[in-house]
Design a protein around this ligand. Structure first.
Ligand SMILES: [Fe+2]
Ligand SMILES: [Fe+2]
Length: 159
């Protein structure tokens, strides 16, 4: 992660979000293929930071604007509920009192949930949201999202 926040103004909100979905998929794949437990924990930490930064910026700069429209209520509620479910799994995995077995089961559930969520966003929610938000707004939200995501990662890098 560099110290500079770089914003690509050519990216609209959906291009910016989907680019970071690929980062999440990469961390999920690595987490799945790594067998050493301490390395798994380190990869989980990196995935967690990416997920939290993404969720926060996505809620503020996609779902809240979409929610201003009646036809955007259901999809936004659905997506934010899934974010919450993901957060709860992360919270379980961070609870130092759980067994390694519970950690591993929750980890497998988290990976499955994240993959499902990304697919649903790309195949359904984003397609509907594109029809709801006008082009100019999609473009401006892209920049706001990128700044929010990177600033969040910087603020929480040491968590
Ligand atoms: Fe997303
Ligand atoms: Fe999401």
């Amino acid at each position: 992660m560099s110290d500079q926040i770089s914003v690509d103004l050519d990216k609209d909100i959906f291009a910016a979000l989907i680019e970071q979905h690929e980062v999440q998929r990469k961390w999920c794949d690595q987490l799945e293929s790594e067998s050493d437990f301490s390395k798994r924990k380190a990869i989980f930490k990196r995935l967690k930071l990416e997920l939290s930064a993404h969720e926060t910026a996505e809620e503020r700069h996609l779902y809240i604007p979409v929610m201003q429209h009646d036809e955007g209520l259901d999809l936004s509620r659905h997506a934010i509920t899934e974010h919450h479910e993901i957060d709860e799994m992360i919270e379980t995995m961070e609870d130092g009192r759980i067994s390694q077995e519970t950690w591993e089961t929750t980890c497998a559930d988290l990976i499955e949930k994240v993959r499902h969520h990304l697919r649903e966003e790309e195949n359904e929610f984003f397609k509907q949201a594109r029809k709801i938000l006008d082009d100019d707004l999609q473009q401006r939200l892209g920049a706001l999202y990128q700044v929010e995501h990177d600033e969040y990662e910087k603020r929480h890098a040491a968590d």
